[in-house]
Design a protein. Structure first.
Length: 202
């Protein structure tokens, strides 16, 4: 076998290096899009979309006010009688509706949210989050919700600071009456009419 000189080996190594690596380079990882900023848009004065709702089957079986979309927009509960009401959703035993304000509200002095609750003054629990899937922070637990506007419309106010929260976009309103179903009525649980951001001009 002919022995190569050190100089020859150096020339071979230099030529191989010039041709690039013999092993393929790994493909670069795809870039990850940043999570959209929940607070990039201006909030609406009233809830503008339903992102989640749940009403127990035993309440659904007899409630006639089951449409969670009725919680959107300004307060508009009206009517009278057992089935003559309009403009709200009955949450049933421990039921809930989660709404999107379209942008973030920021804690300010005094109450930040007004929950409109129709017909009676059943209590509600209120949670808030920056994400539609949570985590949600409890800001009011089973608060009586019946400051009267008229015979049908009532409300209660909620302060984000009560839950140690400075900003929120998504609001979950949960029945706080917790009367076991079936309860013998066609509007079991708290009756959610609307959710208003008090610091946003209408």
């Amino acid at each position: 076998m002919k022995r190569r000189s050190l100089g020859g080996l150096a020339l071979l190594f230099a030529a191989a290096s010039a041709c690039g690596p013999t092993e393929p380079s790994p493909s670069p990882s795809p870039s990850v899009s940043p999570t959209p900023n929940a607070c990039s848009a201006a909030p609406s004065a009233y809830a503008k979309a339903v992102v989640d709702s749940w009403i127990p089957a035993c309440s659904l079986a007899q409630n006639v006010f089951n449409d969670p979309q009725k919680a959107l927009g300004p307060e508009d509960a009206a009517g009278n009688g057992t089935v003559g009401y309009t403009g709200f959703v009955s949450l049933g035993f421990g039921g809930r509706v989660t709404v999107d304000l379209g942008g973030c509200i920021t804690d300010r002095p005094g109450p930040d949210l007004r929950i409109f609750q129709a017909v009676s003054s059943e209590p509600v629990s209120v949670y808030v989050s920056l994400s539609p899937t949570g985590p949600f922070t409890l800001v009011e637990a089973r608060k009586q919700c019946g400051e009267r506007i008229n015979a049908v419309k009532g409300y209660c106010d909620v302060d984000l600071a009560s839950g140690g929260v400075t900003q929120a976009r998504y609001v979950r309103v949960e029945d706080g009456e917790l009367y076991p179903c079936p309860g013998g009525t066609t509007s079991e649980g708290a009756d959610l009419d609307a959710v208003r951001a008090l610091g946003v001009a209408t």
